[in-house]
Design a protein around this ligand. Sequence first.
Ligand code: ADP
Ligand code: MG
Length: 701
Amino acid sequence: MREITKITPIEYLKGIGPKKGELLRKDLEIQTIGELLHHYPFRYIDKTKFHKINQVQGQMNGVQIIGRLVDIKEMGEKRSRRLVGRLADDTGTLELVWFRSITWIKKNLQLNAVYIIYGKPHMFNQTLSITHPEIEPYRNTDKLVGDRSLQPVYSTTEKLKRIGLDAKGMQRLQETAIKTVYKYLEETLPSYLLSQYKLMPYSEALRAIHFPQSQEELQEAIRRLKFEELFFIQLKLLHNKQLNTIRFKGHLFSDVGEKFHAFYQKKLPFPLTNAQKRVIKEIRKDTRTGAQMNRLLQGDVGSGKTVVALMTMLLAIDNGYQACMMAPTEILAQQHYNGIVELLGADLANIALLTGSTTAKNRKIIHAGLESGEINILIGTHALIEDKVQFKDLGLVIIDEQHRFGVEQRAKLWRKNKIPPHMLVMTATPIPRTLAMTLYGDLDISVIDELPAGRKPIKTLHYFEKSRLRVFGFMKEEIRKKRQIYVVYPLITESEKLDLLYLEAGLENLAQEFPLPEYKISIVHGKMTPKEKEFEMQRFVKGETQIMVATTVIEVGVNVPNATVMIIENAERFGLSQLHQLRGRVGRGAEQSYCILMSGNKLSKEGKERLSTMVRTNDGFEVAEVDLKLRGPGDMSGTQQSGVLELKIADLAQDQNLLASVRQIVINIFDEDPKLQLPKNELLLKYINVKPSAITWDKIS
Ligand code: ADP
Ligand code: MG
């Protein structure tokens, strides 16, 4: 019996000593043979085409020729010492020249043997030659790795190249690996899936991804491996989701009570949109079942997620539970607190705010109030995750702007109560469907796909520096109309100090153009204390200042409906979702709002596409799709969640359809066989917690 979870270190392979082993581990994170085989080629050189020598011309880029080595000799001395061979086919001859490794090459070449050579030809003194060609004996008999018409090219590093693991060396290593373990490669997918979806067997696919015999075979291998990769991610996510509903009893929010009604009928200052109503219904349904809710709430900037969160909290209170809401920054937590206190008034709930800058004294009072149950709603930053914060009976956790928090923080909040609280996770901006399915595949998803009525779409414009004066003029006009303006500077460097310099230079410019006492400017940046930030924010909120100059600290959530202009400096340096999030700070009132993107003249192709996407559309879901295409999933979600996204072969931007169908396939499997007990699903249970790439063998012969 082989033990599949045992590690087979990479050193088991012939040709890998401690030195290469260590470097493979360090540079490429390849520890085992299994991981080596899942280090896929990133491209292939097409060697299906052969040239006859009389077709070869000096300006060609690369040619492949089969020929006989009819002559080989050393020529020249010292610096001009070289090895010159002559390759012949039935149409002519060609020179092969080596300046380095002469002795070694000479020893390994055989006069009159047939070789395949590949290289870039050039014409010199009427003679056609190739310098340092790739050369290997012609043989077409190796069944496993075939004739290698499509040559795999692997990513490697300078250090690895120096110890022989260059392109060729990596190829040879993979060849050894596949030959060594091929017969041990076990199928990872049930056979009914293989036949139903016409998938290549696992061992075949692994062999073919490295050594494809044809384009068609390569495509099939890629399809199979992508399928498998996405399949096991979904299997695990949906399995967890299912376990949660079975395993965790949830609090029962059986009643819509007095507070919910009082708020809805007397205090809510606007009618809910249909989308908001629908989502509240979905949440009601979830929290009534007796199982624990895990729901992701997606909605564009300004779609009104906060009021949905608030009404869910009232539902919790009506049923005798406490609720808490976590936001990523102090500004945002403070703002949620202010907004919610204002909406609810003092009589409906006892609300507390807990952040990093809450004084020790107040902290004690809050801790006591939470434990006694006197406080119904706690709003705060990650300060509320701390172990010292204990609730009497926490029934609901809301996480705002989830992309700022890691999965671990979610889990910690989860453990705050004996019976885990219901969880409502809200995104700051929409995330693409495929990313949602992968990052939050264990959650149910609600979408607010409608903005409150009466919002005028924000006009987005892109200007270069030469239009600066026009922009200033426009700002003055808006201020004359009593509107307010944001001016945002990017995080240009890693150093906050330097960013401050950019901001200060801009500020100086602005202060000249907008002098006191007519104009007043607020400033908020990362170097300020929370108190100072809050003070400056409040001046702007109250309308005491007309311009708010800020770094990206204001990116998320800030809500000042009278602000109608968002000016983003060096806009080309921002990511798309950040731009969209910033734009969402305006357009919150009834007035026409504007987002002005200022950029330098030199724009990268990607920078151009980002800015033109912003100008083209206000739709956050569309922006998110472009963002995914441009940046890839890793960058989009931030480092905290990268674990799930270490995709080796599938691509969330390109493989949307495949992912959707794979997810459906997994859903169907769980519908039919919730516990994966059917014999035909045996393999799924076996692999659900072990990635196929992590599977290794303890014995190989
Ligand atoms: P986000 O979804 O970005 O968190 P908010 O919850 O901050 O959006 O809501 C944005 C603004 O829209 C707030 O000023 C809020 O009071 C207002 N709002 C929310 N729902 C409605 C609605 N149904 N009708 C009118 N205004 C609404
Ligand atoms: Mg919000």
